[in-house]
Design a protein around this ligand. Structure first.
Ligand code: THU
Length: 130
């Protein structure tokens, strides 16, 4: 995991629109091209309409024409380690592999590291259904 992915996630967190939770999150993902796609959480006065940093980053990746995730960093200046929420784990599985590395980072750097298989064992997919 390179520092540039952590840096991109930290920079994205500065753009978080989180006036309700005040919990600013940045996510950065890298696919086979090496390009980094970053995003932040975007909240809404109608609370359930807000969304996490990870889908913002994924949407940037998709618009750029990539569909594979090799590495993920989620960054928050939080007391506890910010791990991807349940819904985000499913969204990441859609484009990652079981061995895709996900790290959580904060101002001091990397805090935790998992694979997608560890974060979401027995993940739902439609592989093999066609
Ligand atoms: N949040 C994320 O952006 N990613 C996660 O994986 C965990 C939670 C955001 C959603 C909400 O804006 C704030 O953190 C507090 O839940």
């Amino acid at each position: 995991m390179s520092d540039d992915l952590i840096e991109a996630a930290a920079t994205a967190a500065l753009k978080a629109y989180a006036p309700y939770s005040k919990y600013h999150v940045g996510a950065a993902i890298r696919g086979p091209s090496g390009v980094i796609y970053a995003g932040c959480n975007i909240e809404n006065a109608a609370y359930p309409q807000g969304w996490c940093a990870e889908p913002t980053a994924i949407s940037h990746m998709i618009v750029a024409g990539e569909t594979r995730i090799d590495e993920v960093c989620v960054w928050a200046d939080s007391v506890n380690i910010c791990s991807p929420c349940g819904g985000c784990r499913q969204k990441l599985v859609e484009f990652g592999r079981p061995d895709t590395v996900v790290i959580s980072a904060g101002p001091e750097g990397e805090r935790a590291r998992w694979t997608l298989a560890q974060l979401l064992p027995e993940a739902f997919t439609l592989e093999g259904e066609e």
